[in-house]
Design a protein around this ligand. Structure first.
Ligand SMILES: Cc1cc2nc3c(=O)[nH]c(=O)nc-3n(C[C@H](O)[C@H](O)[C@H](O)COP(=O)(O)O)c2cc1C
Length: 331
């Protein structure tokens, strides 16, 4: 099994184990993997105790409440020393975390299952302290975690993980990209615009102002104006939204008709898109935009992006517009 195979296969196993004893040589290999982990300033603050003696295991499990992996034929207890690495920096938590991960991977590579039990024993009921007393651990060491080691008797169930693109990106935060749109894109953008703004139109019945009510012809016309730039918001080559930027005198830029299609709303994509758009205009003195005051989420988004409300405009009962601006300060 390669390291990457072990990383992929590892999952927290909390089910029953086979009673098959674990050879000491395997427990040693797992502990060696733990001790091979990096440590801040090489302070090596992590120590380990493998327990495979059934009586001692039973004693330890008698203080672990509620029970956790009590059928495992072995466990590895993880001890840490809170030692200064340099200046006033402690890295012992990072040290033992790296050691634990190495051991979890080594266990999988050797055909075992395990689980990182830390929360369970470091809670207010201080189970770790009770385990440490049973193992005669000196006071300057803290028992922070135990790893059951054994052969699974049930198929391990991988935990749900967020999608790759929700947590990992290349070359900056977020995976949204901005691409210049051309007139040939107008039909598809118009379709998305209608889709995105229809819920808002239905809510406010603002037929005169809603982009959902804008005709395709009117939408296309905007592509003939030199002072308007059109951008597609893309996610992994899929178009998920659009921003129109109007160039106003004095290097003021108005972000208008910004939308994300409904299936992708509420995921932070608009925020990523606005940040990227702003970067496209380094000469800007000010960005301005308008939103519906009653749309609290949008108001919150613009506030988060440092837009300040400048002016309100009453449209109809239950619907007001807020005009926001963001002044760009230069040194
Ligand atoms: C610092 C830390 C503490 C944890 N403590 C516990 C625990 O006390 N009990 C438990 O069942 N799992 C514990 N886990 C395991 C996590 O619940 C588990 O990693 C997470 O649900 C993701 O599942 P996976 O390990 O299968 O990817 C802990 C994990 C970490 C990193």
């Amino acid at each position: 099994m390669t390291a990457l195979d072990a990383i992929k296969a590892r999952t927290s196993y909390r089910d029953k184990f086979e009673s098959t004893p674990i050879p000491k040589s395997d427990l040693t290999k797992i502990m060696e993997a733990g001790l091979s982990a990096p440590s801040g300033c090489n302070k090596q603050t992590t120590s380990l105790i493998a327990v495979d003696d059934p009586e001692l295991l039973a004693k330890l499990h008698s203080v672990i409440t509620p029970p956790a992996s009590e059928t495992a034929p072995a466990m590895i207890c993880v001890l840490t020393q809170k030692i200064i690495a340099y200046k006033d920096r402690y890295f012992n938590v990072q040290d033992y975390s790296a050691a634990i991960q190495n051991m979890l991977l080594a266990a999988v590579a050797l055909g075992y299952q395990s689980c990182w039990y830390e929360g369970h024993i470091t809670d207010t009921d201080a189970i770790g302290k009770k385990m440490a007393d049973i193992l005669n651990i000196p006071d300057d060491y803290e028992l922070v975690c135990f790893l059951p080691i054994g052969i699974a008797s049930q198929p391990p169930k991988p935990a749900d993980k967020k999608e790759f693109h929700e947590r990992a990106w290349f070359n900056g935060f977020g995976e949204v990209t901005i691409k210049k749109a051309a007139q040939k894109d107008s039909e598809i953008i118009h379709k998305m615009q209608v889709e995105s703004f229809t819920p808002v139109l239905e809510k406010y019945q603002d037929n005169e102002t809603s982009p959902a009510a804008e005709t395709l012809e009117r939408f296309k016309e905007r592509f003939y104006t030199a002072k308007i730039h059109h951008y597609l918001i893309e996610l992994k080559n899929e178009t998920i939204g659009y921003v129109r930027v109007l160039m106003l005198p004095g290097n003021v830029y108005k972000l208008s008709s910004l939308f994300i299609i409904t299936s992708h709303q509420g995921k932070g994509y608009a925020q990523q898109a606005i940040k990227q758009i702003e970067k496209l205009y380094p000469q800007a003195t000010k960005f301005v935009l308008t939103t519906i005051k009653q749309e609290k989420k949008l108001c919150h988004l613009y506030k988060k992006l440092s837009y300040t409300p400048k002016r309100e405009e009453h449209i109809k009962s239950g619907m007001d517009l807020i005009h926001y601006e963001k002044i760009i300060k230069r040194d």
